[in-house]
Design a protein around this ligand. Structure first.
Ligand code: ZN
Ligand code: ZN
Length: 850
């Protein structure tokens, strides 16, 4: 007998797997492939038990798929560019690269000590020049196709991180990373034209049936398609007009049915006509100052409309083409430039923001929609806007039509008469990727005074990130302060020129890394298309729900661009998505600042990696949160100790090479029952593990099976219950040993994805020379798994009081328990002493009570 010593076993198997290159794979067309991926890690320092939960989920799926004969790609790498590295440099003077590489080394060790079966030979970090050169290459390909472009634009600025944020990185008006209030700034920025794919990104969500529906909903809302109409309102030529030569304002509306109620038009402060109107005004400086104040307001509060609505009259008027009426043009602080056309028709009776604005400035409110079943509305007495559709009223030729029909008719009238058209708007905006930071991919562009904007020639890639030693954290791009980097030669005319000094948003790095894993050492192209044709798309992708929008939508966009470049053949990168729950400690998310972080290394050095793995998979379904408890972890460790003792004590009997298969005709009830339990467990576990990924029920099923085996051994006086002093032991029935062996082998194979070290060690102790993977995933016989049932009458003192429906092979001790627990039986036995229980096999249970 030996003791379970997780540390020794775990070191032994980790070393052996590494020596055998056990998890390295190559394309093999003769075998089915499975690409199992977890979102790669940001090397922030130390992984805690919450981070590694996701890696465990991926590993369990991977190991099962391997045993089922799949050629499984299970890679890992590092999302290594980004702000924390640079902030560490600013605060502590550590170079971002040093900080990043040190963290990677530490975290890699943590994952290896957990026995996660990664193909480490494919590992890379996005800060490797061999990787980011392909970011640059892809950027240039997009530039060639007009999918990357530069424009001056208002950007979100985080004063604390000192950087531009994408709209998606602004959460409730604050920086997604540090929470500081976000300001606006004007800068020249590079954009990727994701909006070219808006329709497809939306439509293809219908094909993603194996994604969580909440993620699909978030994506659809983010894309935000709305159908509406663009209508042009001609500007009334004012006598004093000098500056503006524009003749009409185009508005966008989703409710053209309300257009007869449009009593004024509102422009965003950023609207291109604003400057012309200012020049026309009697006091241009004051006009501009008011506009400037509106523009400096926080974007999110403008977006949600939760701000004091303010505006002023431009002095200009436009004609509503439907009514022929001239209405005033105002500028309002809550109108956004990037929604629709940056100009809206204000219908105060039927839009709440317009309503509040009209009340404040005493502009007319005109009802043109009458909802059904509501008393007739009056603009003068309305308490709030009536936003429901209804029947159109006071709207000329359209009066009497329901809203939906009015929309269709009005659009065709606008198209016929040439002042408008039906159109579709998206909330999704082009992706601004310029960052004024150091630790990222340099954008491969050169500016020449003669030739303008020139792409860096492909044969000059990569544009290396230069070494910078001082980080001030100021707003300018750190690269602008490296003269050797900035100064370059124009590739077109050969004169002196300067480089772009911004770096790319790190979401670019993570938008295609999963393809690079297929061919990570390729120096000629981002990846050979044939490798992705074999491995792609990703069969199972797992990661945090915080990436439900940005990372996943950008990756889907890159997939489509790569497809159109002829590099990949599929339309969607991730067939199946799982978003795992977090691990909480005392009810809150683990974080260094809260001091509630549990380090997996502390667990591996005490209870062992296997116990930690089992605990994290057992305690809750993968999608749900876990509340960390030491007691739960200890429970898992105890269970593994129990498995160890069971197999260790049976080794001598089971490792005997003469043990054959069970002889079905000769099985007794006990043996038949255990066999049924075993096959039934394999049946359930095989689908619960994958595709269902109900990993917690798999573990509880295996725990149940272990209990059954213990009971079986106790009754057969075997294994942990066998004679310990070497005294005369009757040799057990061959069928008993055969059934036990079948069960123990299946148990170890099914446990192995969760606790691979323990399973391998015990498997070897049973005399198996090759690992569990060679043995393959256990199969079950559906006939054996199925319980053959019969109905047994239960008598109490000679009278039938109940009937039990039980499996044929239910052992006597179990029949006795079921009979005595039966509520009807208890009614007649309560208060009495049970004298005896007689079981007539297959016929009757008889209880004698006094
Ligand atoms: Zn910030
Ligand atoms: Zn030039």
């Amino acid at each position: 007998m030996s003791d379970y010593d997780p540390q020794t076993i775990e070191r032994k198997w980790q070393r052996r797997w590494a020596d055998r290159r056990a998890f390295e794979v190559t394309e093999d067309p003769s075998r089915p492939k499975f690409y199992c991926l977890v979102m790669f890690a940001y090397p922030s320092g130390h992984a805690h038990v919450g981070h590694v939960r996701n890696y465990m989920i991926g590993d369990v799926v991977t190991r099962m798929k391997r045993m089922q004969g799949f050629n499984v790609l299970h890679p890992f790498g590092w999302d290594a560019f980004g702000m924390p590295a640079e902030n560490a440099a600013i605060q502590h003077g550590t170079h971002p690269e040093t900080w990043t590489r040190d963290n990677i080394a530490h975290m890699k060790g943590q994952l290896q000590r957990l026995g996660i079966s990664y193909a480490w030979e494919r590992e890379f970090a996005t800060c490797d020049r061999e990787y980011y050169r392909w970011n640059q290459w892809l950027f240039l390909k997009m530039y060639e196709r007009d999918l990357a472009y530069r424009k001056r634009s208002t950007v979100n600025w985080c004063p604390s991180c000192q950087t531009v944020l994408a709209n998606e990185q602004v959460v409730d008006g604050g920086c997604w990373r540090c929470g500081s209030e976000v300001r606006e700034r004007e800068l020249e920025q590079w954009f990727l034209r994701i909006t070219n794919y808006a329709d497809e990104l939306l439509a293809k969500t219908e094909d993603l049936g194996e994604w969580p529906s909440k993620v699909l909903t978030m994506q659809r809302n983010w894309i935000g398609r709305s159908e509406g109409a663009a209508v042009r309102f001609p500007i009334v030529a004012a006598g004093c007009s000098t500056g503006s030569t524009d003749t009409e304002i185009e508005i966008f509306t989703t409710r053209i049915d309300t257009i007869y109620g449009a009593t004024f038009v509102l422009l965003a402060p950023e609207h291109p006509f604003v400057e012309g109107f200012a020049a026309d005004s009697s006091n241009p400086d004051e006009f501009r100052e008011r506009v400037r104040r509106f523009r400096s307001l926080d974007r999110t509060t403008r977006l949600t409309g939760q701000l004091e609505k303010e505006g002023f009259d431009t002095g200009h008027r436009v004609v509503n083409p439907f009514t022929g009426e001239a209405v005033p043009v105002w500028i309002a602080n809550f109108v956004l430039a990037d929604y629709g056309t940056g100009a809206i028709m204000a219908v105060p009776a039927h839009d709440q923001r317009d309503f509040e604005f009209a009340r404040k400035y005493e502009l007319p409110i005109r009802v043109v929609i009458q909802p059904r079943g509501v008393p007739s509305l009056d603009g003068k007495t309305l308490a709030a806007a009536s936003v429901e559709p209804g029947d159109v009223v006071d709207s000329g030729e359209f009066t009497g039509l329901p809203s939906t029909e009015a929309i269709t008719r009005m659009i065709s009238v606008a198209e016929e008469r040439g002042f408008g058209a039906g159109t579709v708007q998206f909330r999704l905006k082009d992706w601004g990727i310029s960052r004024q930071r150091y630790w990222g991919t340099p954008i491969p562009i050169i500016y020449c005074d003669t030739c303008g904007t020139r792409p860096v020639p492909y044969d000059q890639l990569p544009v290396d990130l230069p070494k910078v030693d001082e980080f001030s954290g100021r707003g300018d791009s750190p690269l602008a302060q490296v003269p050797d980097f900035v100064k370059t030669i124009c590739p077109s005319c050969g004169r002196g020129a300067r480089r772009e000094t911004d770096t790319m948003d790190t979401f670019v790095d993570s938008s295609w890394y999963f393809y690079r894993y297929c061919d990570p050492r390729n120096d000629d192209e981002p990846f050979a298309p044939a490798t992705v044709r074999y491995w792609g798309p990703i069969d199972f992708y797992s990661g945090g729900v915080e990436h439900a929008i940005l990372h996943l939508i950008y990756s889907r966009f890159f997939c489509k661009v790569l497809r159109d470049l002829g590099l990949v053949e599929h339309d969607e990168p991730f067939t199946r998505l799982l978003t795992q729950g977090m691990v909480l400690c005392n009810g809150s998310v683990m974080s260094k600042s809260k001091g509630n972080v549990v380090d997996p290394d502390d667990m591996t050095s005490t209870v062992g990696a296997d116990a930690l793995r089992l605990y994290e998979m057992f305690v809750a379904p993968p999608e749900k949160e876990i509340e960390w408890t030491d007691a739960g972890l200890e429970g898992s460790a105890r269970f593994l100790g129990r498995v160890w003792r069971l197999v260790d004590s049976l080794c001598a009997v089971l490792a005997d090479r003469t043990v054959g298969s069970p002889v079905v005709e000769a099985l007794n009830n006990e043996e038949r029952a255990l066999r049924r339990k075993t096959h039934d467990t394999i049946r359930r576990v095989s689908t619960d593990l994958y595709p269902r990924v109900h990993l917690n029920t798999v573990v509880s099923g295996l725990m149940e099976l272990v209990n059954e085996v213990y009971g079986f051994c106790e009754r057969a006086r075997l294994g942990p219950f066998g004679p310990t002093d070497g005294a005369s032991a009757e040799s057990p029935r061959p069928n008993t040993v055969a059934v036990l062996k079948e069960t123990i082998e299946a148990l170890l194979l099914m446990l192995s994805p969760f606790t691979p070290h323990l399973a391998e060690e015990l498997w070897e102790m049973l005399g198996n020379r090759d690992g569990v993977e060679t043995a393959g995933w256990p199969s079950f016989n559906p006939d054996v798994a199925m319980a053959e049932e019969l109905v047994l009458p239960v008598q109490v003192n000679g009278k039938v009081r109940a009937r039990l429906t039980v499996a044929v092979e239910t052992p006597d001790f179990e029949l006795r328990r079921l009979a005595l627990d039966d509520p009807h039986v208890r009614m007649y036995t309560s208060g009495n002493k049970i004298d005896r229980v007689v079981i007539v096999p297959g016929k009757l249970v008889s209880v004698v009570a006094r």
